[in-house]
Design a protein around this ligand. Sequence first.
Ligand code: XLS
Ligand code: MG
Length: 343
Amino acid sequence: MYNFKFSVGPWNVHSGGDSYGPAVRNEIILEEKLRKFSELGFSAIQFHDDDVVPNINKFTEEEIKKQASKIKSLLDKYNLAAEFVAPRLWMDMHTIDGGYTSNSETDRDYAIWRSLRSIDIAKVLGCNKIVLWLAREGTLCSESKSAVDGVNYLINAINIMLDYDKTIKVLIEPKPNEPIDRSFCGTIGHVMGVSAATKDPSRVGGLLESAHAILAGLDPANEIGFGLAMGKLWGVHLNDQNGIKFDQDKAFGVENLRQAFNQIKILMENNYGANGEYIGLDVKAMRTTRDTDSYKHLENSLKIVKLLEAKVRKYDYHFQDTCIKNRDYEALEMYVIEHLMRS
Ligand code: XLS
Ligand code: MG
């Protein structure tokens, strides 16, 4: 079993504004977040392209690389690696109708431009992973786009990224809905299908976020298992979610402990991390959280992962095998629950 390394994104520490109300905490500058992440025990940072280069549209390709090298120095200062760069395609005026799958050719071109700039940034930061969270790739009005064209546009966009740089890997982070109503690529199964249809499936894999799997009505541990079985689970975003509603990004394990345990169990059983993969967190602080507790949800999530790791190490695999042999799943289920409740 491998010792996990952890990653986090700057957006995981935020001022608490939501769709219904303004910010309630002070903004913290990037350098301070990096310093604190390092202190908390994170080894790598997840970035959106515009976390590295704010107002990215205003800059030339050379200026973008120059700005990225300043962030690289900050990472070095705090002994942090960059895990991935993700084009933030859902905020811009060009991506109102989606990025890669927009009905506007100009906007599709813009989405590709941002993706290639994300690759440039990743190279400067010393990482080779590009994450695509396909926020607006789908429909709000079902008849407004063809799902066939949508999926093909997506494959085409990924092929352009693969051609642009032969060393990068593309990780699709699936989510079934929100902000889009019907996503074109909602689960890890969809991701594997898209991967297989690209020009280099060996460089296209997945990143599974627990909350997104739950929103699809699926068990995150099973989704993790699917990606692992395909040899293409290159990232995870552990968090939690209370049922099928808006994306909550709660601290890991706070809603469904058994489900959280099974995520850690399957990752440990399959030596996740042995090829340099990180346990990423993608968690939000509650709106009620005070400034002084701005990092509490991260500390809690790390603590819960570590407590569950210890639970897996103490898990009686011999008893599991015996129950499986006797097809006594009632006993196995009770054992798991008692194991989790034992102090
Ligand atoms: C949002 C996504 C986002 C990605 C990175 O739901 O989880 O945070 O992880 O773009
Ligand atoms: Mg995520």
